[in-house]
Design a protein around this ligand. Structure first.
Ligand SMILES: Cc1ncc(COP(=O)(O)O)c(C=O)c1O
Length: 453
């Protein structure tokens, strides 16, 4: 097979610019500042075509758990590839999917008994929204045509997911005329996650926030099919860490008003926040749970929507009653992805992955606390192995102007210094793979400190 690729990376970059439309990117920017070629991944590092090695401080869009190219995950991929690459999942089944369901079942709250496969976080959310609506409809609750969601939430880029995400920004606001009907609720950030904490007035603010949830449900509860939230950490909304007490209240109000609670753990799942799933820190159980990203350790696209028996039973009927959940994707339960996901889950049992993550979190906490003392940093905070802070102009204490593209420039400068970070607006965050050695994480925070001084 002859390759159409030019020999040099400059020739390849020209082809990229000629034909490829990159995600979340103003493509005009790439005329002056082309996409950076990556040629390999090794543990917590990425190797760039220019020979630089950079620490993957964003876990490759929050997916990579055990490091790149983990031998056990790669071996599982190879083994499965030799057996079965793909097969339709409607009317057929296979070992990796069954094993994955069984492995995960044992890690989930007992009420979640049924899983539905799709292939990315957005589709896991779409499935949950459709399931919730259809289940309510089939229970005679057809008036529940709206959803509830948190301000500043993010659940993906398909239209259903956009409809329950934050709309007050330039990425999603323009789609407003096309979207689902959604009522939004504000939750406060949790000051207890901050490394230079001030808890003045917190007890009163927490109680007021609880009251606002009750008020929200009094107003909207009867019309909602489901309420969706990212438990404890609103990631794309700016790494907003919110109180577990609010999640407990949400669960109680959903129960009181017959509203399903959908938890979107696409980003928070698989040990990222200090526990295997974030919701367990609040001691509650969702009715629907969305998983993706770390599900395959960050190797292949796959997602799951877990549902309760109660929801499942709403779809159980004779064929002619037309109650089935008629949804599916071509690559549903792809065997290669399922096999890698099984290998990733097995690693949690074979190795002290969560203990290592706790150790990493401690190291990140001390380093991040020092970073938090810089005049260009506000509100340094941490949850598990996700550290975040606000970038400000040290002269004014205010966020940098949008025109200055401070975050983008910091991202490019950090790459030169051997670190991949990618601030979201004013929000600087650092989220390396769980298996990153503590010393490498500390070094990365030193790099950020140096760049901000
Ligand atoms: C909480 C959450 N839900 C859903 C998604 C969408 O996932 P995907 O990009 O795989 O569609 C994301 C992506 O960042 C996410 O953070």
């Amino acid at each position: 097979m002859t390759s159409p690729l030019p020999e040099s990376w400059s020739g390849r970059s020209a082809l990229d610019r000629a034909h490829i439309w990159h995600p979340f990117t103003q493509m005009k920017d790439h005329e002056a500042d082309p996409p950076i070629p990556v040629i390999a991944g090794e543990g917590c590092d990425l190797l760039l075509a220019n020979g630089n090695r950079v620490l993957d401080g964003i876990s490759s869009w929050w997916t990579c758990l055990h490091g790149h190219g983990h031998p056990k995950l790669m071996a599982a991929l190879e083994r499965q590839g030799a057996k079965l690459d793909h097969v339709i999942f409607a009317g057929f089944t296979h070992e990796p999917a069954i094993e994955l369901a069984a492995r995960l079942r044992s890690k989930l709250p007992p009420n979640l008994t049924r899983c539905f496969f799709s292939d990315n976080g957005s589709t896991a959310v779409e499935v949950a929204l459709k399931m919730a609506f259809q289940a309510q409809l089939q229970k005679g609750q057809g008036q529940r045509t709206r959803f509830g969601a948190l301000n500043m939430g993010y659940h993906g880029d398909t239209l259903g997911a956009v409809g329950v995400g934050e709309l007050d920004n330039f990425m999603t606001g323009l789609f407003r005329p096309l979207l689902l009907r959604c009522e939004r609720l504000a939750v406060p950030e949790d000051p207890r996650r901050e490394l230079h904490v001030n808890l003045d007035g917190w007890v009163d603010r927490l109680e007021a926030a609880r009251q606002s949830i009750r008020f929200f449900f009094e107003n909207h509860g009867e019309g909602l099919a489901a309420f969706i939230a990212e438990p404890l950490l609103q990631a794309a909304g700016g790494m907003r860490m919110w109180p577990p007490e609010m999640l407990v209240e949400l669960r109680a109000q959903c129960d009181a008003y017959g509203v399903y609670l959908i938890l979107d753990e696409v980003m928070t799942g698989f040990g990222r926040t200090g526990s295997f799933f974030a919701h367990s820190q609040a001691g509650i159980e969702p009715d629907l749970l969305c998983l993706s990203k770390g599900l395959t350790g960050g190797v292949l696209p796959l997602s799951l929507t877990w549902a309760t028996d109660e929801i499942y039973s709403c779809f159980w009927a004779d064929y002619t009653e037309g109650k089935a959940f008629l949804h599916g994707h071509s690559y549903t339960a792809n065997p290669l992805a399922c096999a890698v996901a099984c290998a990733s889950l097995a690693l949690f049992e074979e190795q002290p992955v969560l203990e290592q993550a706790a150790h990493l979190s401690q190291a990140m906490k001390s380093a991040w606390s020092r970073l938090g003392e810089l005049p260009s940093i506000r509100k340094a905070r941490i949850l598990g192995t996700v550290a975040a802070a606000q970038l400000v102009d040290p002269g004014t204490g205010e966020p940098h102007s949008t025109e200055s593209r401070f975050g983008w420039r910091l991202h490019r400068r950090a790459l030169e210094a051997g670190l991949l970070i990618r601030p979201i607006g004013d929000c600087l965050y650092f989220m390396p793979p769980l298996g990153t050695p503590a010393a490498r994480a500390e070094q990365a925070v030193d790099t950020i400190t140096y760049l901000l001084k």
